[in-house]
Design a protein around this ligand. Structure first.
Ligand SMILES: [Zn+2]
Ligand SMILES: [Zn+2]
Length: 186
């Protein structure tokens, strides 16, 4: 079974974000990665009360859109995301699942995020959050090392502080998870 990761921009996500994210995903997971818009909008997840989008139903929808069982999907939106217990999230993923999403809303330098061009800083943050959320889909949990990609970030300064790499422990977990994933798909 061929495995791949699909980067799925929702709406007009600039290529200054999608292209570097695709490249970093392919490099870090050692899998082919393609940019394919699978979901046109996320209006179904909008909460008029919170004026934000609830990320969990978006993950369910994305998982149902998988083109084949060897795929994982990372969606990118410019809308603000939340889960009920938190004021906002930079992203969410199905733990040991297939779908993940990140939001540029708070990662972006400009608010609302620019549809034309994003700065290097926005791209760098997006890339870290993309790798973090995809790490969760492979079963990786949060890491106490504040410089590791799997560190849980509450504030933007936490995101900026961490590196764009998995620490050596998380790297071992990741290699094992990728191997287990490969075997399970046959
Ligand atoms: Zn996390
Ligand atoms: Zn780590």
């Amino acid at each position: 079974m061929e495995r791949e990761i699909i980067i799925s921009p929702i709406g007009g996500i600039p290529s200054s974000v999608t292209v570097p994210v695709r490249k970093a995903v392919a490099q870090n997971f050692g899998l082919p990665a393609r940019i394919v818009p699978l979901l046109q909008h996320i209006d179904f997840a909008y909460s008029p009360h919170r004026q934000q989008h609830h990320s969990t139903p978006i993950l369910d929808k994305l998982a149902a859109l998988l083109p084949h069982p060897g795929c994982r999907i990372l969606a990118i939106t410019e809308r603000d995301l939340y889960i009920p217990i938190l004021t906002h999230v930079y992203g969410e993923a199905q733990l040991k699942g297939t779908a993940a999403i990140i939001s540029l809303y708070r990662l972006s330098d400009s608010n609302p995020p620019s549809l034309v061009q994003e700065s290097g800083l926005t791209t760098q943050r997006s890339l870290k959050e993309a790798l973090h959320e995809l790490g969760h889909t492979l079963g990786l949990k949060h890491c106490p090392d504040s410089s590791c990609l799997m560190h849980y970030c509450r504030k933007m300064s936490d995101v900026d502080h961490k590196t764009d790499r998995f620490c050596r422990y998380c790297r071992v977990w990741l290699q094992d998870a990728l191997e287990e994933d490969r075997l399970s798909l046959g």
